[in-house]
Design a protein around this ligand. Structure first.
Ligand SMILES: Cc1cc2nc3c(=O)[nH]c(=O)nc-3n(C[C@H](O)[C@H](O)[C@H](O)COP(=O)(O)OP(=O)(O)OC[C@H]3O[C@@H](n4cnc5c(N)ncnc54)[C@H](O)[C@@H]3O)c2cc1C
Length: 400
């Protein structure tokens, strides 16, 4: 088969890239290894409403619930809570969400080839000219790699693998008491080193619970977390798993004939590992540049570097701030977090948290981080408590 643009991977990044390339006139085929789009799921499905607007994804039957508030819980159980007056995020059914993106892609003419796993690049000297899989071969002027966090083809092509990879896991629990509309994030290095555990309400009796961890078996840790949160293990679904990416974007995202997007390029938020929105925004840029490459008949790395320029000028500052915040968080010990949470409560700073949640952007977190550190009361606490263990990271954040 010969097409102008060929995409590997039918997750959100691949689907956005394919949609964008096709709607700008390039003939595009997308190859997904599974028989259906969106399956098997791996994601907790918390997606910002503002982010969906940025991506022009309309509301639909993929929305399960709305979220307005968050509760952050320190290792010893000190809780900080903040609510927004308006819903900030949706809890989504990821398979349905991905299928909606697939319908949109099909509607503009993307050809989606299911049960097609790409295994090897096709080269013409140093230019990638397509790929092959079992029983198929596709030649394309531009290939877009949207394989997700387990990416192996991009490393085969000579690009980096993203860093900060964590084992992630989710289950849906039922018959529990949770506060509807409120997401809980539990920090505890014994349970979720490298990130946190989460409780995302599906309604007031059901929740999606999960965690990501840099070491150990995620399921065993999740069971311990469920015991801690619910005083016993509630009835739950079979777990679903995936890799959470927290290391920030890889240093180079294009080659001759190839662009890498989404989790495969590390385009998630280093603070949380969420990648549906930022990965989607980057993927749209790749789709746009792919269509331009087709109309110029030029898919050299020089031409495709426009993609990296575009996503970096849109999000480079965001990634720098969030990566720095992640490095700072990774240095904190449980007792530092306990001390910080207690100090924030004692100083009556929960009003500041409420303001940050109300005004803040869940995806573009740079401004929130800066606004928080510009508050003299919080800065004094942060310097006193966090400065002891992560002074250079804190200074880095202040100077960004
Ligand atoms: C436990 C967990 C919880 C998460 N929670 C959230 C959250 O709440 N909010 C959020 O925004 N993000 C969350 N994420 C991250 C989010 O899931 C990813 O950022 C997002 O799915 C990335 O999209 P993608 O298209 O790059 O990759 P993926 O969604 O992983 O899609 C890649 C696709 O490519 C296919 N593929 C791979 N290799 C090949 C090949 N060789 N040939 C053909 N097809 C191939 C895969 O089967 C897959 O369908 C979570 C991740 C995990 C693991």
């Amino acid at each position: 088969m010969r097409v102008e643009v060929a995409v590997i991977g039918g997750g959100p990044a691949g689907l956005h890239a394919a949609y964008e390339a096709t709607s700008r006139g390039a003939s595009t085929a997308l190859y997904e290894e599974h028989p259906g789009i969106g399956e098997p799921p791996h994601c907790a499905g918390l997606i910002s409403i503002q982010g969906l607007k940025r991506l022009n994804v309309e509301a639909g039957d993929y929305i399960i619930n709305e979220v307005r508030g968050c509760r952050l819980i320190s290792p010893s159980g000190v809780a900080l809570e903040a609510w927004s007056s308006k819903p900030k995020a949706y809890v989504v059914d990821r398979p349905r969400f991905d299928r909606l993106l697939a319908e949109k892609a099909l509607s503009v003419g993307v050809s989606i080839e299911a049960s097609r796993r790409a295994t090897r690049w096709l080269w013409n000297e140093k230019q990638i000219i397509g790929f092959v899989g079992e029983g198929f071969r596709v030649e394309a002027l531009v290939s877009i790699d949207a394989e997700g966090a387990g990416a192996s083809l991009s490393t085969q092509a000579g690009l980096e693998r993203p860093g900060g990879l964590l084992g992630g896991i989710n289950v849906d629990v039922e018959g529990v008491e949770v506060e509807d509309g409120l997401v809980e994030l539990w920090f505890d290095s014994q349970l979720a080193p490298g990130l946190f555990a989460w409780v995302i309400p599906l309604d007031e009796r059901r929740a999606r619970c999960g965690l990501a961890t840099s070491r150990g078996e995620p399921y065993e840790r999740l069971r311990r977390f469920l015991q801690k949160r619910f005083n016993g293990e509630p009835q739950h679904s079979k777990p679903w798993r995936g890799i959470v990416v927290t290391g920030g974007p890889i240093s180079r995202t294009y080659l001759d004939g190839l662009m890498v997007v989404g989790d495969a390029a590390g385009q998630t938020k280093p603070t949380t590992g969420g990648g549906v929105i930022l990965g989607g925004l980057c993927a749209r840029e790749a789709g746009r540049v792919a269509a331009e490459a087709v109309s110029h008949g030029d898919s050299s790395s020089r031409f495709l570097s426009r993609y990296e320029l575009a996503w970096k000028s849109m999000l480079g500052g965001e990634y720098s701030s969030m990566s720095m915040a992640r490095r700072l968080m990774n240095r904190l010990r449980d007792r530092d977090l306990d001390e910080l949470f207690t100090a924030v409560r004692e100083a009556g700073l929960e009003d500041l948290l409420t303001r940050l949640v109300e005004e803040g952007d869940m995806d573009m977190q740079r401004a929130v981080i800066h606004r928080a550190l510009r508050d003299k009361r919080l800065l004094t606490l942060a310097m006193r408590i966090l400065g002891r263990v992560a002074l250079s990271e804190l200074r880095g954040l202040l100077s960004l």
